[in-house]
Write a protein that binds this ligand. Structure first.
Ligand code: ADP
Ligand code: MG
Length: 226
């Protein structure tokens, strides 16, 4: 694994929120790296800083100290639109609540990252259908999110996150809203789909037993990663 390309790296990340009456330090000098095709689970209790960490790794919030690198490029030094372009190409996101667009079919939702890149509709939908088929959802492609079960919606969200062939997926409690059986199925689908595509996966969860299905597991405890 050590010879594989490092697709995402964080060095000494600290995050202090200054919004309330007193500063709140949520992350303390967190460092990590993931290689191409590797799955890394980060487990932590509610409030331990998991979502904050993923937001920093995704360049969606500013660090108080430290640096984030995508493909070994420090993202803080990039201009805003260069960062947006690289984020769109480099990263995919999966959330606890699917964030699918209710007016679009499963196929249209999954094709969205490619449409954002101006890929023509037929090519984008071919690619999206390929992924939905891989997720066992070929027969649900024309359905709206409201017509799908929770587990099916999460699998559509995974297909959407992978549609643009990102180097790294960031997943925030992607099975946190599912019953046990569906959580296991969606979790395995996510890990397997990333392996198949050679994408790295950084997944945060409070479920240790699921996390153990990843290549590597770290713990986040009161903002300290170990
Ligand atoms: P987790 O995802 O592990 O549940 P979070 O990263 O959401 O944890 O939150 C970690 C801590 O940071 C919590 O104590 C939360 O209250 C605090 N926090 C999160 N966002 C903000 C914010 N915008 N301003 C102040 N405190 C915040
Ligand atoms: Mg969270």
């Amino acid at each position: 694994m050590s010879n594989a390309q490092i697709v995402l790296r964080a060095q000494g990340l600290t995050k202090t929120y200054l919004t309330g009456p007193q500063p709140v330090t949520v992350l303390r000098e967190v460092s990590l790296r993931v290689h191409a095709g590797e799955s890394l689970a980060i487990v932590g209790a509610s409030g331990s800083g998991k979502s904050t960490l993923l937001h920093l790794l995704g360049g969606l919030d500013h660090v108080s100290a430290g640096e984030v690198f995508w493909n070994e490029q420090p993202i803080a030094k990039m201009a805003g639109n260069a960062q947006d372009t690289l984020r769109n190409a480099h990263l995919g996101f999966v959330y606890q609540f699917h964030h699918l667009i209710g007016e679009l079919t499963a196929l249209e939702n999954a094709a969205l990252p490619l449409r954002v890149r101006r890929m023509p509709i037929p090519a984008a939908q071919n690619r999206a259908l390929e992924l939905l088929t891989h997720m066992g959802l070929a027969n649900r492609a024309a359905h709206l999110p409201s017509e799908l079960s929770g587990g099916e919606r999460q699998r559509v969200a995974i297909a959407r996150a992978l549609a643009g062939n990102p180097k790294c997926l960031l997943a925030d409690e992607p099975t946190g809203n599912l019953d046990r059986e569906n959580a296991e199925r969606v979790f395995d689908t996510l890990v397997q789909a990333c392996k198949t595509q050679g994408a790295a996966l950084i997944l945060v969860t409070h479920a240790v037993d699921l996390a153990q299905r990843c290549d590597r597991m770290l713990r986040l405890d009161d903002g300290v990663l170990s």
